[in-house]
Design a protein around this ligand. Structure first.
Ligand code: HEM
Length: 408
């Protein structure tokens, strides 16, 4: 039997940057407690594979955070409601039907596997250019894992890559706003003002770019959305901005961590590095196992849109829900040897791209970028080795490294 204080303190530890390099023992302790219910926070936390999977498939699980009791209370107490409203990335990730369905449909065509596959030559030449500059000591983040997905998403959206230094800072701050400080502690966490400013800056930047593309359209996704807006009443300018914002941040803050986490896992199992160097056909298994073993998106949220029963818990409507995907992926009831990185395990399952109506729209693109990057890196540098400890950013949700030094 757990006391009320224990779950809260475990969750606070999860938000502490001190655990970022290896949060998995803590996730194990949380999972061992079973699902957690914190009635004072109107919060339930799930960490087993079966429970996370069930919530993602549950028809009453909503994504609009403003439906939560905590957000409603904040809005009631603060007429401006700024503390409760998501500062970003907004967009259809945080919407429910019918708006979610309408907006997702408008962009999903650009990300289907066939369309994405056509980008392969361009992705391969970007990787060539990046690796041509690599010398003996190489930071896998700034040298490959970050610039590749950023160049690709900018190209797709029609965002000038030369503006990147400006919006990368804003994107990084918005990624931090996904950490569940409000849900766990009842307050938005330090740096809230700075994140609000970054959100406002990025929205203004995108609004200006939309105006430019309106005058001078290209073959990019933003121009495509503008054409849809101008042809009828399917979406508004604010929705174009919110959608581009979501895609830009998703493109900046996720695939970088997939490429980096896979690189680190392979370097820590040198026989796996060598095996991939010799056989590029192993890339798909390496990538799926990385998405299980060390997922770039460690946790996601939902709100009980109605009273819900999940596993052994009954949740009242309005409760916030945290799904600790990274804990679920190490669940011994779902996986043999869960703490082992083993791309050869049979039928790798994971929730790394989510599940159900919000399943990641960028999954084919992320998989393709990671395949090209990892096969090129291992085959060109079959003797690469770790050259120091990786350093981590403070983010808990979009957990990732800021530096991964390797010797080539
Ligand atoms: C390895 C890289 C990536 C990972 C691990 C990842 C993970 C996820 C996860 C877990 C979700 C579901 C969130 C939820 O259910 O609440 C999601 C949704 C989403 N992802 Fe990704 N993502 C990645 C790359 C990308 C890329 C490259 C893009 C686009 C350029 C993208 C765009 C989106 C969008 C738009 C959604 C919202 C889908 C919806 O609400 O219908 N993602 N992603």
């Amino acid at each position: 039997m757990t006391t009320a204080a224990e779950p809260q303190s475990l969750l606070l530890q999860m938000l502490d940057p001190a655990v970022r390099a290896d949060p998995y023992p803590l996730y194990g302790r949380i999972r061992a407690q079973g699902p957690l219910q914190l009635p004072d926070n109107n919060l339930a936390v799930f960490s087993s594979f079966a429970d996370c999977d069930e919530v993602l498939r549950h028809p009453a699980a909503a994504s609009d955070r403003l439906k939560s009791t905590v957000a409603q209370r904040q809005i009631a107490n603060d007429p401006e409601g700024t503390a409760a409203r998501p500062v970003g990335p907004p967009g259809f990730l945080f919407l429910d039907p019918p708006d979610h369905t309408r907006l997702r449909r408008l962009v999903s065509k650009a990300f289907v596997p066939k369309v994405v596959k056509a980008l392969e030559p361009e992705i391969a030449s970007l990787v060539d250019v990046l690796l041509a500059e690599a010398d003996g000591s190489f930071d896998a983040i700034s040298g490959l894992a970050y610039p590749l997905p950023v160049a690709v998403i900018c190209r797709l959206l029609g965002v000038p890559l030369e503006d990147e230094p400006e919006f990368s800072a804003a994107s990084g701050l918005l990624a931090q706003s996904l950490d569940p400080f409000l849900t766990v502690t009842g307050s938005a966490g330090s740096g809230f003002e700075e994140r609000m400013q970054a959100a406002a800056w990025l929205r203004d930047y995108l609004r200006e770019l939309v105006a430019r593309r309106r005058r001078d359209p290209g073959g990019d996704l933003m121009s495509g959305l503008i054409a849809v807006e101008e042809s009828g009443d399917q979406l508004t300018e604010d929705e174009i901005i919110a959608t581009c914002n979501l895609l830009l941040v998703a493109g900046h803050e996720t695939t970088v961590n997939l490429i980096a986490n896979a690189t680190l896992a392979l370097l820590r199992s040198p026989e796996q590095w060598t095996a991939l160097a010799a056989d590029p056909g192993r890339a798909a298994a390496v990538i799926e196992e990385t998405l299980r073993y060390d997922p770039p998106v460690q946790l996601i949220g939902r709100v009980a849109g109605e009273d819900m029963t999940v596993g052994s818990l009954t949740l009242p409507k309005g409760d916030s829900i945290l799904l600790l995907l990274a804990a679920a992926h190490r669940d011994p009831d779902a996986f043999d040897r869960p703490d082992e990185f083993d791309p050869d395990r049979a039928a790798i399952r994971h929730l790394g791209f989510g599940k159900g109506p919000h399943f990641c729209i960028g999954a084919p693109l992320a998989r393709l970028e990671a395949t090209v990057a990892l096969t090129a890196l291992t085959s060109r540098f079959p003797n690469a080795a770790l050259a120091g400890e990786p350093q981590y950013k403070q983010n808990a949700t979009l957990r990732g490294m800021s530096k991964l030094p390797i010797s080539l």
